[in-house]
Design a protein around this ligand. Structure first.
Ligand code: C2E
Ligand code: CA
Ligand code: CA
Length: 448
């Protein structure tokens, strides 16, 4: 089969031009072909290391100095990188401003990455002009870290992305630890996709305690993965992955549907239920027709709109203010209230809170806990809660775990308390039972 592979390779070689006309090195097609070939020939004795050099923002050089100058810089960079190449190394122009290198010696790749970085952080002089270039250098070993062509690509992409986050030394060689992280992430993506397809997510509901009536008339919908090979995966881990992979929008609609079903069940009981809040992600507002979709879903279940509430965070407002404001003002017309989630963790820009039509501010659990340990934090929380109340907002405190938390937050004039002290997030039936039993117990208390 190696013979067949060689023959196809030879044919392919002829089919495409092999070299990049600007720099004279291999082009991307050849680079990929040779990488495939190298990986196929890899054995216990022969290992490979790959390196990627990605110029950030090169378009800006073209725009600022013209394409001719841009071309000169690219040629210059290619020839500098070339000086670090050895016999048998494969060097190619992978994209407009990306270079890839395949090498048989990992140690040399690691050294070359450092040498190239040391050169590239200095200005380039082409035709008497000085350029500073943004760049990143990523690398990976095969088969020590990556085990397939797919893993090579994913690992390199990850190394490049990690390098981008390092200001001083934008260089990263993919480690085993990183590879495990990447693999876990892809496993989570697969699980999420399957759940979306089968609509098999679980939604838990955490009852929220109303201080004025001493009842559980509110709840928050919280997403859970069903049983899966990875065991328990926290939403803190999988929500950002869902956001990165374009899955959060359909997920949110499914959570909304399950929340409607939950409310429908509660409506059969004779209790004054006030509503359930659903968490929205900023990505949601980059979609079209969010308003129509939300109204349509709630309408399908014949639920009064005002039983659904939406939680958004401050950082979302900072990134997509106009779209969210538009959405909020339209939803508010239908009676849907908004809660400001995680107040105290992000920007904490009071002006947003005042400008935007929120019904309730949720003081983040970290702030509540901090107030127990730190007098200044306690003063801050108290003053903020008072200020919110004064401008007509409702205040909810998260992360209520102890009597001490309750006493303090009550003394700050809080309206609602949410936390493990009262109840953990519960599966649908348990949440229904908790809310209904509490209501019944309250009625009995009143009769006595
Ligand atoms: P969040 O919106 O701040 O939700 C409250 C989190 O605090 C929940 O974590 C809840 O279980 C936890 N919690 C509540 N009371 C206590 C307490 O007394 N002590 C402690 N230690 N924790 C408490 P969970 O369910 O793990 O969710 C984590 C985050 O994931 C949520 O934070 C939210 O940002 C996100 N998330 C969860 N479900 C969804 C969803 O359906 N859509 C979106 N976009 N995000 C979601
Ligand atoms: Ca929330
Ligand atoms: Ca929160």
């Amino acid at each position: 089969s190696k013979q067949v592979e060689k023959e196809t390779l030879a044919k392919e070689e002829k089919k495409y031009a092999q070299f990049d006309s600007l720099t004279g090195i291999y082009n991307r097609r050849m680079g990929e072909l040779m990488m495939r070939n190298a990986l196929a020939l890899c054995s216990s004795k022969q290992k490979y290391a790959l390196m990627m050099i990605d110029l950030d923002d090169f378009k800006q050089i073209n725009d600022q100095y013209g394409h001719l100058q841009g071309d000169r810089v690219l040629r210059e960079i290619a020839s500098v990188i070339m000086t670090h190449m050895g016999n048998g190394d494969i060097f190619c122009r992978y994209g407009g401003d990306e270079f890839a290198i395949i090498c048989r010696d990992e140690q040399r790749v690691r050294e070359a990455m450092q040498d190239i970085h040391r050169r590239m952080k200095n200005p380039w002089v082409v035709s008497g002009m000085n350029f500073m270039l943004k760049y990143v250098v990523g690398g990976i070993g095969y088969p020590m870290v990556a085990n397939s062509e797919e893993e090579v690509i994913k690992g390199l992409e990850y190394a490049v992305m990690t390098a981008k986050k390092k200001e001083q030394e934008p260089v990263c060689f993919c480690t085993n630890e990183m590879m495990n992280y990447i693999k876990r992430k892809y496993q989570i993506v697969e699980i999420l996709k399957e759940c979306v397809e089968k609509n098999s997510f679980e939604v838990y509901f955490q009852p929220i305690f109303d201080i004025h009536t001493a009842t559980y008339r509110k709840a928050e919908a919280l997403l859970r993965l069903p049983d899966n090979p990875l065991g328990f995966v926290s939403p803190e881990e999988f929500i950002p992955i869902a956001e990165e992979n374009g899955l959060i929008a359909p997920i949110t609609y499914q959570v909304l549907e399950k929340t409607c079903i939950f409310i429908k069940e509660l409506m059969k009981e004779t209790i004054d239920f006030v509503g359930v809040s659903v968490n929205f992600s900023v990505i949601q507002f980059m979609q079209e027709n969010v308003e129509q979709k939300v109204l349509h879903i709630i309408g399908q279940y014949h639920i009064p709109y005002d039983l659904i509430k939406i939680e958004i965070t401050e950082s979302m407002l900072a990134t997509n203010y106009d779209a969210i404001m538009q959405f909020m003002s339209n939803m508010t017309k239908h009676g849907i209230q908004f809660l400001l989630d995680d107040f105290g963790t992000g920007y904490s820009n009071i002006s947003y809170v005042l400008k935007v039509p929120f019904h309730t501010v949720k003081i983040d659990k970290s702030l509540v806990w901090q107030a127990m340990k730190d007098k200044k934090a306690a003063i801050l929380v108290r003053k903020m809660a008072e200020a919110f109340k004064e401008v007509g907002l409702h205040v909810l405190a998260e992360g209520i775990e102890t009597q001490e938390h309750i006493d303090f937050m009550k003394s700050c004039g809080c309206d609602y308390l949410q936390g493990y002290y009262y109840s953990r997030p519960l599966p649908k039936q348990k949440a229904l039972d908790t809310i209904i039993h509490n209501e019944v117990a309250n009625k009995i208390k009143k009769l006595q």
